[in-house]
Design a protein around this ligand. Structure first.
Ligand SMILES: [Zn+2]
Length: 428
């Protein structure tokens, strides 16, 4: 397949650049990038004149099945939301609900430019089926916690093991993580079990970390130590992805840098749950790797990573008055190569480079009414971050396969996916 005449977003000499280039995809890889590539006879050619070709967006923290929770609360904090709204409902979720809700979420992601998602949920075989059926790239897991006793916890551990042990080694689109829910819902024993599972299966850890102010004291009470020390005690030496990290001080940052932990920054969810905002300008300066995430739709509204980029960039202006705060270029990196790095897939995805997997999106920037927000298009990168909606994504390619072209899905019946969710027994 050949994508011709597009403006390609590339990373070069530490900078983000837009260059007019052609891109050839062979099987699942990017085979060639050059100023002019002539099509081979019979080769599928996409004309990307007036369009931006960029790496598929990397969503580093989500709960795929949470489309069911969209717009179901207003104004509560994290603990109230989890205890009163989320957990009582999740107890009764069925495989059918999780599968259909996941299909809807994945369509939401693919149609707004996300080609990879790092999930954190349960009833995970239904999620895996949705991932397989849609062909998005994903890291999946079965979340672990033991704040409701050993029996339930053991069941979760067995479900995780079964999920991992029944994996399809031929499916390179799906990878796995070990996911203790958080330090405030997991005992030291369970964190130790998580560590052993991560080592035994050679998987990363994916955990919520210092999202809300209440956690700091709760973790100290539960584990008799600072959160950062608990994390270090259990996960030093293991690739660890921390969701949120809103409340990090200089000592935390120093330790996290040594531990090589990456932070998944989820600004919309943080604002919605009144968690304030992570100072990612400072984190970046301290050398912490950062990716962006949407969290689930319950707290994060939707899975449009373009919206997340915009809010992530703007929010830094709410805590920094100087001009040194991070801007559009850094944010684009976080949404692509930075995210790929924190989930450990930067050798395969996150940038348009020869030899990498062809996870590519084409964004329509043609001069027309639907794109009126980006005119005059004085700075493409700035417009991608501040003035582009996910619905401007025209074509989505994952692993060299076109999943959506000209906003039409080739092999998914979108109307049926919407109907299936409408027909579910709904949550309140
Ligand atoms: Zn989360």
């Amino acid at each position: 397949m050949l994508i011709k005449n597009g403006k390609v977003l590339i990373f070069e000499d530490g900078d983000v650049k837009i260059k007019k280039l052609d891109v050839r995809i062979k099987n699942d890889n990017i085979e060639r990038i050059a100023e002019k590539i002539e099509p081979i006879k019979g080769e599928k050619t996409i004309n990307a004149t007036n369009k931006v070709i960029m790496p598929g967006l990397v969503n580093t923290h989500a709960h795929i099945a949470m489309s069911l929770f969209r717009a179901t609360f207003e104004g509560c904090n994290l603990y109230t939301w989890l205890n009163d709204k989320v957990w009582p409902i999740e107890e009764h979720l069925t495989e059918e609900q999780v599968y259909n809700a996941s299909m809807l979420s994945i369509v939401e992601m693919l149609s707004t430019g996300t080609t990879y998602v790092n999930d954190h949920y349960f009833i995970s075989e239904s999620i895996r089926k949705a991932v397989e059926d849609t062909k998005i790239r994903a890291t999946i897991t079965r979340v672990l916690m033991d704040n409701d006793g050993e029996k339930e916890s053991n069941k979760r551990i067995q479900e995780f093991k079964k999920l991992y042990e029944t994996r399809d080694n031929n499916n390179s689109l799906i990878t796995y993580s070990v996911a203790p829910h958080s330090l405030y819902t997991c005992s030291d024993e369970l964190l130790e079990i998580s560590r052993k599972l991560a080592l035994e299966y050679n998987l990363p850890i994916h955990i919520h970390f210092l999202e809300s102010i209440n956690e700091i004291d709760d973790i100290r009470e539960k584990h008799n130590d600072l959160a950062i020390n608990v994390l270090k005690q259990h996960f030093a030496g293991i690739h660890t992805i921390l969701a949120h990290g809103v409340k990090l001080n200089s000592y935390d940052l120093k330790e996290l840098k040594e531990m090589k932990c990456g932070i998944s920054h989820n600004p919309i969810s943080n604002f919605r749950l009144g968690c304030k905002i992570a100072d990612i300008t400072k984190y970046s300066k301290e050398g912490i790797n950062i990716g962006l995430g949407t969290d689930g739709q319950g707290s994060g509204n939707n899975l449009d990573m373009f919206e997340t980029m915009k809010i992530a960039a703007l929010a830094q202006g709410g805590i920094h008055e100087n001009e040194e705060r991070i801007g559009a270029k850094e944010i684009i990196k976080m949404a692509t190569i930075g995210g790929a790095k924190i989930v450990g897939l930067d050798n395969e995805i996150g940038s348009i480079e020869v030899g990498k997997k062809a996870d590519i999106i084409i964004v329509n920037t043609e001069p027309k009414l639907d794109n009126i927000k980006i005119f005059p298009n004085n700075n493409i990168i700035s417009n991608l971050v501040y003035n582009t909606s996910g619905t401007s994504v025209e074509t989505t390619i994952v692993n060299g396969k076109i999943l959506m072209e000209n906003r039409k899905f080739n092999s998914l019946n979108i109307q049926k996916i919407i109907e299936d969710v409408k027909n579910l027994k709904h949550i309140k």
